[in-house]
Design a protein around this ligand. Sequence first.
Ligand SMILES: Nc1ncnc2c1ncn2[C@@H]1O[C@H](COP(=O)(O)OP(=O)(O)O)[C@@H](O)[C@H]1O
Ligand SMILES: [Mg+2]
Length: 254
Amino acid sequence: METETIHPHSEIQPSTKMSGPADDELVRLDRVERIYKMGDNVVRALDGVDISIHKGQYWSIIGRSGSGKSTLLNVLGCLDRPTGGTYFLGGTNVNQLDDDALSEIRGQRIGFIFQSFNLIPQLTVLENLEVPLFYQESEPGVAKERAERFADRVGLKDRLHHRPNELSGGQQQRVAIARALMNEPLILLADEATGNLDSKTEKEILTLLDELHQEGMTIIMVTHSDKVADRAGHKLELRDGKVLKITHLDRSPL
Ligand SMILES: Nc1ncnc2c1ncn2[C@@H]1O[C@H](COP(=O)(O)OP(=O)(O)O)[C@@H](O)[C@H]1O
Ligand SMILES: [Mg+2]
């Protein structure tokens, strides 16, 4: 099975909203490619990917090492640009944005969490959380208020003045999740976010993601674990840069 979406296979596509994404369609990829050329060597990291993700959905992306998962997440997160095809984010054609506009979207619309937490070791939890708002012209006190709110949300209210090395791996990932939420993003992207955690801590983090999803957050999570992938309502399997299969999982109400 490829995907269930049917696209006009024309090379000449109007560059703005073509058939117009549906209102609650947050992400739409039309035949997206990411080709790396190194000398004579051409790697088709993404090779004609079509996806449609709606607001509030929880997706997992799974596939072997090298199948294109991180490349796809980086494109979705505007860290990288497709070399072909079209990416609409909230109805905006991302291909048409310049670097400044792209980094603005990344800073304001996307929350990222990674396997390696990526916290700043010299800063406290509170200060790490304030970082995403540092370059934004927010009212004094807004960053601190939000940082306290999201620290509380992830269960770390009593750790605000600790540094990352005084926290467990699970707590550090909670800080990273709170930091990803600071800009109130449209979408939360996670790349192997539980890859460094023991299974009990992994469960706690997955439960937190479940809760955020129930609160309305759109989540896209890369994992190589089937068990983790099955927590999401929609599972996309990649192989050699192509969509091998999309499964919409039946989830019983919680
Ligand atoms: N910056 C790069 N330059 C060249 N090739 C790359 C680069 N990044 C990824 N690739 C190649 O693209 C393919 C997909 O990589 P990646 O998206 O990291 O896969 P995954 O996350 O599924 O392990 C691999 O063959 C990888 O070697
Ligand atoms: Mg990867």
